[in-house]
Design a protein around this ligand. Structure first.
Ligand SMILES: NC(=O)C1=CN([C@@H]2O[C@H](COP(=O)(O)OP(=O)(O)OC[C@H]3O[C@@H](n4cnc5c(N)ncnc54)[C@H](OP(=O)(O)O)[C@@H]3O)[C@@H](O)[C@H]2O)C=CC1
Ligand SMILES: O=C1O[C@H](COP(=O)(O)O)[C@@H](O)[C@H](O)[C@H]1O
Length: 382
């Protein structure tokens, strides 16, 4: 670049309450703006923000960051899906029973209650991070790895998501959340949410995508669980076989493992569920896995938009969640209380709760039952 040219990258982290006040001047070189969430609070505010930015910068200059797109195993998803013969023929409604995309965090909202109370767990985690993961799990193979081709496919997935049914949602708020002085005593903000997203296309029709996120829980993890359909139990060798399940653990300790049924070692012909395990810490001992932000900021300098959210993608994401968010904001759907360091509201697991028809978990319950049928302790809990 000639010495007289100047390239600039701005990192913006603005709440939607503030009107953008930026100007663009041509100093030669490149100008890029890195925009941090929140990208609005709903469809209209996000579109306003996009319009304001769009007046100042071209889309190719705008880098909307979702740091989940910088995580090692999220970046691995395309390779995993499209470079392995194992998965290509199985990755569809004929073979997959459900997909679970889960975020759990032990910490609560301490220190950022004021921000969080305005947004809640759906805007904070599900509408962006988990939805981006869903796109990569569900999308068709892009015609190339060019950013536009990948993002085109993600948009198609988002546009195929059906309206979320109020009957397939469980919301929670941990006890003590409102004790934070920056949180309203009567806050209706969910700190836990699980819901089913349904993708209306040829590959995924009928397959529930179960999204789950919560704070102040008993564990911290982010993972994708792909549960395959049952096989007929031909051999009748004891208890019902567990399902094949492919787990991609994004954090902590990146790992992928495939749960499968094998003969229990020994004289008897009985079965046991075991795992094929690829734990990164063991397998790639010398590898340095960069922080998500390290990668993404480097991408902005390189001018690679593959792992950033495009305007139409953002719009489609808000279209999915805005009706539900407005229902919650208007107090028409209430979060259930749950204890800190628990799994969240018991109702998200056991299906015993059905107030005013808003929360109904037949499908969630069915999935839990399927999973735990062969575990006597958990089966009793369901
Ligand atoms: N690299 C690794 O870490 C590897 C681990 N393994 C081993 O594989 C085995 C199986 O792993 P994995 O299936 O992941 O572990 P778990 O047996 O702990 O199963 C976790 C799943 O069960 C759900 N669950 C747990 N408790 C309940 C409950 N009370 N009600 C409803 N759902 C519940 C969790 O839901 P939710 O998502 O909501 O928490 C999650 O989907 C483990 O023994 C593990 O140690 C094997 C290979 C590699
Ligand atoms: O964007 C956010 O993400 C963090 C969790 O990020 P992770 O990389 O540790 O999984 C979450 O704590 C925070 O509430 C949210 O705004």
């Amino acid at each position: 670049m000639p010495a007289s040219q100047s390239s600039r990258s701005f990192d913006l982290s603005e709440s939607d309450e503030h009107t953008l006040c930026l100007f663009s001047a041509d100093l030669g070189g490149w100008t890029r703006v890195v925009v941090e969430k929140p990208f609005g609070k709903d469809l209209d505010t996000a579109e306003d923000l996009s319009a304001q930015l769009g007046e100042l910068f071209e889309e190719k200059q705008i880098y909307r960051i979702d740091h989940y797109l910088g995580k090692e195993l999220v970046q691995n998803l395309l390779v995993l899906r499209f470079a392995n013969r194992f998965f290509l023929p199985l990755w569809n409604r004929d073979n997959i029973a459900n997909v679970q995309i889960v975020f759990r965090e032990k910490i609560g909202t301490e220190g950022r209650g004021g921000y969080f109370d305005e947004y809640g767990i759906i805007r904070d985690i599900i509408q962006n991070h988990l939805l981006q993961v869903l796109c990569l799990v569900a999308m068709e193979k892009p015609i190339s790895l060019k950013p536009e081709h990948i993002r085109d496919e993600k948009v198609k997935v988002l546009q195929s998501v059906m309206p979320i049914s109020n009957e397939e949602i469980v919301l929670g708020q941990y006890e003590g959340y409102t004790a934070d002085p920056t949180v309203s005593d009567h806050s209706n903000t969910p700190t836990f949410a699980t819901m089913i997203l349904r993708i209306h296309n040829e590959r995924w029709e009928g397959v529930p995508f179960i999204m789950k996120a919560g704070k102040a829980l008993n564990s911290s993890k982010a993972e994708i669980r792909v549960q395959f359909k049952d096989v007929p139990d031909l051999y009748h060798v004891g208890k019902k076989q567990g399902r094949n399940e492919f787990v991609i653990r994004l954090q902590p300790k990146e790992a992928m493992y495939m749960k499968l049924t094998v003969k229990k070692p020994g004289l008897d012909m009985s079965t046991i569920q075991s795992e094929l395990d690829l734990s990164y810490g063991q397998r790639y001992q010398d590898a340095v896995i960069p922080e998500a932000y390290e990668r993404l900021i480097l991408d902005t300098i390189r001018g690679d938009q593959q792992h950033f959210v495009r305007r139409d993608e953002l719009k489609a994401a808000w279209e999915i969640f805005t009706p539900l968010l407005h229902t919650i904001d208007e107090g028409k759907m209430k979060p259930l209380p749950y204890k800190r360091e628990s799994r969240g509201p018991a109702e998200a697991d056991d299906g015993s709760y059905e107030p005013s028809g808003l929360v109904h978990k037949k499908n969630l319950v069915k999935i839990c039952q399927d999973r735990f049928m062969d575990d006597p302790v958990l089966a009793m809990e369901v």
